[in-house]
Design a protein around this ligand. Structure first.
Ligand code: BG6
Length: 494
């Protein structure tokens, strides 16, 4: 839902988008394809241009050919798709230059102003660049006056995580960026918030009557949120080795999921109220300590019939690095709804599956009169599968049809693929549309970022200052064996 201050995009007003880091993977694989889908579905203004900016010296043709490789249509025939992609590519331009050259940015500014001044174009600046470049790019933009707009036009900046590497570096980044873009102009992306199933969390909880009365410590035993990948760091050693899995996935994607599972109902769907509730719940989470966390690092293993190298052998990884590729943390939420309910979150690369899911385990039925009819009665569990095979299932105990009373676990199962005809949009499609519409509800506000860093900063500093060596686990395994023991300490069976 758009902020009231930002009406939905006016298709008559031209739009110029600048993508910094345009030749990189994120831009090629996610940003351009998502913008193309928005174009193909009629969401972009009639007059728009997308200016890719990066250091690589590519010609227009080379750049467009690279963009074209990744474009896809979700709801058009192949012929329509070809015509659409030709029209889209004609609106994509590439400029190359250093990231700190005011002169090059002035050239970019002149190109962005190609539609004339009446009406002046709106501008989006997408920073698809490594974090150390955020400030130099923002400062150079400011020196070139790129973000300045006349009355009636806006400019917005989109930032990709990581936003700093701990509370103080994140605060410093926020403060410095604020000299160029106000908080209202800033869209901090956590692409998990754009995923369909994650967006459904609020709908599931607040548009259905049945969940609220049981969504608390009286009925819920624990919540676990798992994120697993069966790939390694895929050539991103330089970045990953500096950040590790806690900063790459846990402090943002998993904490955001947890906030949506645990927060109170916002009084409205606008950005302010949704984010107020997330900040409130995150502020009730005490900072993690050594006792609440376990870290691992993948070693050489055999997966899908091939030998996979260990993390320490990956390119760009420092010799003897203690950067975790796996972590599990037990979080608590000290508030009336959740006190005493562990939230276990785990994330790992180089595991034996690709999976993101939320499991909400309910308590056992007290004094269950059917206890004698089954060896073990499983407590109910709500499983929200984010990927792959998006879906929601609920396990219940059911009578097996027959003349005697035999009980068995059964599942109520909603699988997106069979339940809905529509194809699932990529998270970036949804988030980029929100940027154009001025809806910040799915983006991270500065105080939300602070609350998230406060939970992880002390333990990250401790792990790093003590150079804690992560436990090894073979690539393609289920992760370090002691993760099971940590979960068991919190009454969770993995
Ligand atoms: C990114 C992380 O934010 O999310 C990557 O930096 C990770 O390490 C990726 O692989 C996973 O995204 P998705 O959408 O494929 O689950």
């Amino acid at each position: 839902m758009p902020d009231s201050a930002n009406p939905p995009i006016d298709r008559e007003q031209p739009l110029s988008i600048a993508v910094f880091g345009a030749s990189g993977d994120l831009a090629m694989k996610k940003i351009y394809p998502a913008l193309f889908v928005l174009f193909a579905q009629g969401y972009l203004p009639h007059r728009f241009k997308i200016f890719g900016y990066a250091r690589s010296a590519l010609s227009q043709e080379e750049f467009r050919a690279r963009v074209a490789e990744h474009l896809y249509c979700r709801s058009a025939t192949a012929a329509q798709c070809n015509d659409l992609s030709a029209a889209f590519l004609a609106s994509c331009e590439y400029l190359h230059g250093p990231y700190d050259s005011v002169e090059s940015y002035q050239r970019l500014g002149a190109a962005m102003a190609c539609f004339g001044a009446d009406p002046a174009e709106n501008r989006v600046f997408y920073m698809s660049i490594p974090p150390f470049l955020f400030l130099p790019v923002a400062d150079t933009m400011h020196a070139a006056g790129l973000e300045q707009r006349p009355a009636g036009a806006w400019s917005r900046v989109v930032l990709e995580k990581p936003f700093g590497s701990d509370r103080s570096s994140s605060d410093a980044l926020t403060e410095h960026m604020a000299h160029v873009f106000s908080e209202e102009q800033t869209y901090r992306i956590d692409h998990y918030l754009g995923k369909e199933v994650i967006q459904n969390l609020m709908v599931l909880r607040f548009a259905n009557l049945i969940f609220d009365p049981i969504w608390n410590r009286s009925c819920i035993h624990h919540v676990s949120i798992s994120w697993m990948e069966d790939i390694g760091i895929e050539g991103r050693g330089g970045y990953f080795d500096q950040y590790g899995i806690i900063r790459d996935v846990m402090q943002n994607h998993l904490l955001q999921i947890m906030a949506l599972v645990a927060m109170e109902e916002p009084i409205g769907l606008d950005a302010k109220h949704v984010r107020d509730e997330k900040v409130k719940v995150l502020s009730c989470v005490p900072a993690l300590t050594f006792n609440d966390i376990l870290v691992g690092q993948y070693t050489t293993g055999v997966y899908r019939g091939a030998v996979q190298r260990g993390y320490l052998e990956e390119e760009g990884v420092a010799q003897g690095s203690v950067t975790p590729t796996y972590a599990v943390a037990a979080l608590r939420i000290r508030n009336r709804r959740w006190d005493g309910v562990p939230f276990l979150i785990r994330a790992g690369k180089g595991l034996n599956a690709r999976l993101t899911e939320i499991r909400i385990r309910f308590r056992e039925v007290p004094g269950n009169i059917f206890a004698r009819n089954a060896e073990f009665l499983s407590p109910n569990e709500l499983v929200i599968r984010v990927q792959p095979d998006a879906g929601i299932s609920f396990s219940i105990v059911n009578k097996v049809p027959g003349l005697d009373i035999t009980l068995a676990d059964s599942e109520l199962n909603l699988r997106y693929e069979s339940a809905f005809q529509a194809s699932i949009p990529d998270a970036y499609e949804c988030l980029l549309l929100d940027v154009l519409q001025g809806d910040r509800s799915l983006f991270i506000r500065a105080d939300e970022l602070q609350a998230a860093w406060d939970i992880f900063t002390p333990v990250l500093h401790d792990l790093e200052s003590c150079q804690i060596r992560p436990q090894g686990y073979a690539f393609g395994s289920a992760g370090p064996t002691s993760a099971v023991a940590l979960a068991a300490l919190h009454g969770v069976v993995w």
